[in-house]
Design a protein around this ligand. Structure first.
Ligand code: 2BA
Length: 110
């Protein structure tokens, strides 16, 4: 058993959730916020067998688009913690999706 943690753009989250559910995967969606842009994204938790990981990844990848997003102004960092060397008004590419796969010691449903 593996736990897939996938961070997906909010705009793609409904279609990704639908596609995973259609493939019979169990999915939990968390409302999360990216630490860099400070905008909302969606984190999926998916428990699946190891053999199913390629299909989970392919499904997420198929529906997760890459988008340009303006990097925050210095003020958005609150205390001027904008990373060095990042010019003002820089756009960054966000996504498709960022996917982690973790081992699971056990999973029980009561
Ligand atoms: P954010 O942290 O809001 O990052 C949004 C985008 O900003 C990133 O897109 C990347 O292009 C850029 N970025 C992030 N941190 C940066 C930095 N320190 N310096 C310069 N540019 C930076 P993605 O890489 O596609 O990430 C999308 C979202 O996925 C992130 O939102 C974050 O919520 C999550 N994420 C990505 N990599 C992660 C990691 N290694 N660990 C935890 N969360 C991650």
């Amino acid at each position: 058993m593996k736990l897939i943690i996938a961070i997906v753009n909010n705009e793609d989250s409904n279609v990704v959730a639908s596609a995973l559910t259609k493939e019979k995967f169990f999915v939990t969606k968390l409302s999360t916020t990216g630490g860099f842009l400070n905008v909302g994204n969606t984190t999926f938790l998916i428990g699946a067998d190891e053999a199913e990981i390629p299909l989970v990844k392919e499904t997420i990848k198929r529906f997760s688009k890459t988008r340009a997003h303006d990097a925050p102004s210095t003020g958005s960092f609150g205390t001027g913690l904008r990373p060095d060397g990042l010019p003002a008004d820089t756009a960054v590419n966000v996504g498709g999706a960022t996917v982690f796969v973790l081992g699971v010691e056990s999973m029980d449903k009561y």
